[in-house]
Design a binder for this molecule. Sequence first.
Ligand SMILES: *Cc1c(COP(=O)(O)O)cnc(C)c1O
Length: 446
Amino acid sequence: MIVKKSEAMTSNRSYISKKFKPHVSILEWKSYEWQLKNSIRNIEDFESFMGIQFAPKERKALNKTIEKFPLSITPYYASLIDPENYDDDPIFKQAFPNPAELKVSNYDMRDPLHEDKDSPVKGITHRYPDRVLFLISNCCAMYCRHCTRKRKVGDPDHVPSREQIMTGLDYIRQHKEIRDVLLSGGDALMLPDNFLDWILTELNNIPHIEVIRIGTRTPVVLPYRITDELVEMLKRHHPLWLNTHFNHPRELSPSARAALRKLANAGIPLGNQSVLLSGVNDCPQIMKKLNQKLVQNRVRPYYLFQCDLSEGLNHFRTSIGKGIEIMESLIGHTSGFAVPTFVIDAPGGGGKIPIMPNYIISWSNNKTVLRNYEGVITTYQEPDDYKSVTCDRNCVKCKLQLNLKKDEKGSIGIEKLLADGDKTISLVPKGNARLDRRKGHNGKAS
Ligand SMILES: *Cc1c(COP(=O)(O)O)cnc(C)c1O
């Protein structure tokens, strides 16, 4: 049903432009500048675009909502909304304000992921050892209602200047452990081609940068941004990866697919990060269709996110169980590369934590009992004489011939607990009263 509707809605562009915007030529419609200039930014414009009318009370509540969280929808994305049944429409829900956004719960936070706190210089979040998030733009083609960085949307204080970007580049230059840079924002592809070209060139010139990734929702909400010129420029900066953000199969319109085709043809590996959203895609069937359609368009599903605890997102949040149920319905049931990793971005800056159904049922000394997606229970007999190579993080004496330079830092976290030759037995939270009572305790577990 869903697929049929999407084709009816999107295959007939002239139907849409006649119905909604009688004076738009197809050439204008497909210009991203025209789309941005004609973005819908208030309730009245949305009403006339869709040919609908809200009751005065509704309109008042909506206006109050967009005072706090502004509204901006591209005509393209709005044209994917079914005007006959917009209330339940997954496109509408992602684009159009809901007064429920103003209900702040006790758990909501302005910066739940502590992106600002983990920021050594403005625009950079350095959370993981070998990669950074680099916010280079605060503009978006559309303001997604489920945005985790809602606090920054449309805020002029957050527009990154050229100087701020140079400071970020300097930080990356000085930190040789960084090998992977994620360009995001805002939307990284909202920058002009030549400005982005400059940033990519600077990053490419840093010897320790091995890979650059771009995060963008333009293929979903403004596919005409993926111009031939842009793609020609991006092609010069390989290895360049790109992650986009499709949440529902109906978003894969002919125009969106054309944008993905251009990017894939330019040799850019494409990934997708979805967010699990109540009333939009919290359904195993929708998620399966979405991920299958993505791989059909050469996009590899990467992450499925549990909705963050940002302010204004409460009505979008689902239980974690819904995500596990969706993973259960994907793993084994469809192509392995059509299955994203379900993650919770830990509140407080802990980073992404993967969540899966359990497949290990039990184990003994040399047997593991597993179950598969069908519910078949099976055993894996482990080898009797397996001896793993003992690792002291020094390749010189090792038979595995990896020949890495000695790792000075060693391992961290649970990896450390598992590491050969590391004497750490436990990781203990700071302020553990029991250990603090031990006389002369130096704060470290022993
Ligand atoms: C998600 C994220 C990354 C990248 O994580 P991957 O798992 O490598 O995709 C890096 N930095 C920050 C702050 C992030 O939120």
